[in-house]
Design a binder for this molecule. Structure first.
Ligand SMILES: [Zn+2]
Length: 279
C-alpha cells in the first residue's frame, strides 16, 4: 500500500467513525476500472466532445439517427462492464451500516450488481428505454436487437468506446433506421437524464430525504461538475453537514469540503472497509 493510499484510508476511517451514517454520491470514477470511460479529466474539463443535449435529441431525427447508430456499437462496453473493487467496497460499507444512501450519477447499475441496496439512480439507467410520448418501457438490449435487424450494415462497424454507451463513430448516419415506440410511434430515449434535462422530482426528493437523515456526505469518483449532483452539496453545507470527497482531481465542491482525499479510489475504499471490519 502506498503512503498516499494509507494516509487517505486512515483519514476516511476516522471520518466514518465520527460520522457513521453517510450519504454517498458517486460518479464516473467508480466505474472506470470496469472499462467504462469517463468524460472529464482531473481538472474537471471535458476530455471529449460533450454528450448529446436533451433538446437536440428530442428535436432532431438526424441527431437520433447518429445517437442510436453509435449506441449500437458503443453500448457493448456498458452492457459487458463488470463490477469493480470500488463498487464492492461501497456495498460492504453499506453492510457495515455506514451507508444511508448511495446516490449515483452513473447509469450502469453496477452498484446494484455489487450488492448495494440503498441506491438512487439519479440520472436513470441505461439498460432501459422509455417512450417519450406514452411512457412505454422496454429493455435496451431488446431495442438494440430490433435496430440491429433493421441496420445490418451498422452492426459490423467497430469504433472506440465512449462514455454512456456511446462510440467514436463517424459515418453517414442518414441511412440509419431508428426504431420508434411499437405502441404509439413515439420517440424512444434511453431512460437516462440527458444533459440539459432535469432529474425527475420524486427521485430528487428521495435523495434529498436521505440526506436529511445522514450524518455526513461523501463524494466518490465525481468532480460534481453537473449541478444535479452538486446541489446536494450546497444543501448539505447549508445544514452544516461534514463533507468529504475521494476523487483523483478537483471537485466543484472543494471549497466546501472538510476532508479532501486525492487518491486512487479502489485501494482507499478497500483499505477503509478492511479497517472498519476489524474494529
Ligand atoms: Zn409510445
Amino acid at each position: 500500500m502506498t503512503d498516499n493510499v494509507h494516509a487517505a484510508s486512515e483519514a476516511l476511517v476516522e471520518f466514518v467513525q465520527r460520522h457513521p451514517r453517510l450519504w454517498v454520491i458517486t460518479g464516473a470514477g467508480v466505474s472506470t476500472d470496469s472499462g467504462i470511460p469517463d468524460y472529464r479529466d482531473a481538472a474537471g474539463q471535458w476530455k471529449r466532445p460533450p454528450p448529446v443535449q436533451h433538446a437536440d435529441f428530442m428535436g432532431s431525427h438526424s441527431v437520433r439517427q447518429r445517437y442510436w447508430a453509435r449506441a449500437l456499437v458503443g453500448f457493448k462496453a456498458l452492457s459487458d462492464a463488470r463490477v469493480g473493487g470500488a463498487h464492492r467496497a461501497l456495498a460492504q460499507l453499506e453492510t457495515l451500516g455506514h451507508v444511508e444512501q448511495v446516490v449515483t450519477q452513473n447509469v450502469d447499475r453496477l452498484h446494484q450488481r455489487a450488492g448495494s441496496r440503498r441506491v438512487v439512480d439519479l440520472h436513470g439507467r441505461a439498460d432501459l428505454v422509455v417512450c417519450m410520448q406514452c411512457d412505454y418501457r422496454m429493455m435496451r438490449h431488446a431495442l438494440h436487437a430490433e435496430m440491429a435487424h433493421l441496420n445490418p450494415a451498422f452492426v459490423a462497424l467497430d469504433a472506440g468506446h465512449a462514455p454512456d454507451g456511446d462510440a467514436d463513430l463517424e459515418t453517414d448516419f442518414s441511412v440509419f433506421q431508428v426504431h420508434d415506440c411499437p405502441r404509439c410511434g413515439g420517440i424512444f430515449k434511453p431512460d437516462v437524464v440527458f444533459y440539459g434535462d432535469v432529474v425527475p422530482a420524486p427521485r430528487r426528493e428521495q435523495a434529498q430525504a436521505a440526506l436529511d437523515r445522514a450524518d455526513a456526505v461523501l463524494a466518490v469518483g465525481t468532480s460534481l461538475m453537473v449541478f444535479s449532483g452538486y446541489r446536494f452539496f450546497r444543501h448539505a453545507h447549508a445544514r452544516n453537514l461534514p463533507l468529504a470527497a475521494l476523487n483523483l482531481g478537483i471537485t466543484r465542491a472543494d471549497p466546501l469540503l472538510s476532508l479532501k482525499l486525492s487518491a486512487p479510489l479502489t485501494p482507499v475504499l478497500e483499505a477503509t472497509v478492511k479497517r472498519l471490519q476489524s474494529t
